[in-house]
Ligand binder design. Structure first.
Ligand SMILES: NC(=O)c1ccc[n+]([C@@H]2O[C@H](COP(=O)([O-])OP(=O)(O)OC[C@H]3O[C@@H](n4cnc5c(N)ncnc54)[C@H](OP(=O)(O)O)[C@@H]3O)[C@@H](O)[C@H]2O)c1
Length: 210
């Protein structure tokens, strides 16, 4: 997988969100350029002020409706990687479609714009890299256990965590996801397991000498 390294430019959707604002901060701190997307000019202005010290390395654009076809076409130009976090995240909806529509159309929309209008390297990224759609209620221990099973690093190089404290069968989570559901909703059929995902990450870290 080609590494997206600083000073590459990263598009972050929902840039004013709880998670995204930290994503933007970390990217800027690491030397990436960031183009954030928000829904209104007042939110854009707030972010411009917040990250003022990064000058031209940080820009914010307004996309009012993420469900509209082609809405991300302009925003994906000259972008090396995309972190799509814009999605409703509250527990107050009466109609499930208040959640489903922006989540599904927003995700598909950003992927379609990237394929159509992303820079040349984005085309290569599609051929040699990957799109990652993630979601879940995994516990930290699940990833620790998967890292041990992966066999990439010796046991002694990895934290143990609290063995046995991971996902407990029979525990009902308020929100749950699974790959078959995502496949049905998004029409995507190639998923890798959590175990494979952790193994890939560790192999990538190792290649970089970490
Ligand atoms: N926080 C967690 O613990 C957690 C855990 C697992 C997964 N996630 C996922 O991570 C993502 C971000 O979560 P968060 O906690 O950062 O949520 P958040 O603070 O509510 O941020 C959500 C972002 O998405 C935007 N957004 C919401 N509805 C939208 C719509 N219909 N059209 C366009 N933009 C919309 C919001 O814009 P406005 O400010 O304009 O509304 C905001 O920028 C969500 O997909 C969430 O499901 C979060």
């Amino acid at each position: 997988m080609p590494a997206v390294i600083p000073p590459s430019k990263v598009l972050v959707t929902g840039a004013n969100g709880y998670i995204a604002i930290w994503v933007v901060r970390r990217l800027l701190e690491k030397g990436y350029s960031v183009r954030g997307i928000v829904r209104s000019e007042s939110k854009a202005e707030h972010l411009r002020q917040l990250f003022n010290e990064y000058g031209g390395k940080h820009e914010v654009v307004v996309v009012e409706d993420i469900t509209k076809e082609g809405t991300f076409d302009e925003a994906v130009k000259d972008i090396d990687a995309i972190e799509h976090t814009a999605s409703p995240f509250h527990l107050l909806a009466d109609d499930p479609n208040e959640f489903i529509e922006p989540a599904v159309k927003g995700t598909l929309g950003v992927l379609q714009s990237a394929l159509k209008y992303g820079r040349v390297s984005l085309g290569l990224w599609y051929l040699h890299g990957r799109f990652i759609v993630s979601g879940g209620t995994f516990k930290w221990q699940d990833f620790v256990d998967a890292a041990h099973k992966a066999g990439v690093y010796p046991e002694s190089a990895l934290p143990k965590g609290v063995p046995g404290s991971g996902y407990a069968p029979g525990v009902t989570h308020l929100i749950d996801y699974d790959a078959s559901k995502a496949a049905r909703v998004l029409g995507m059929d190639k998923y890798i397991s959590k175990e494979q995902c952790v193994k890939d990450c560790l192999e990538d870290f190792k290649e970089r000498g970490w």
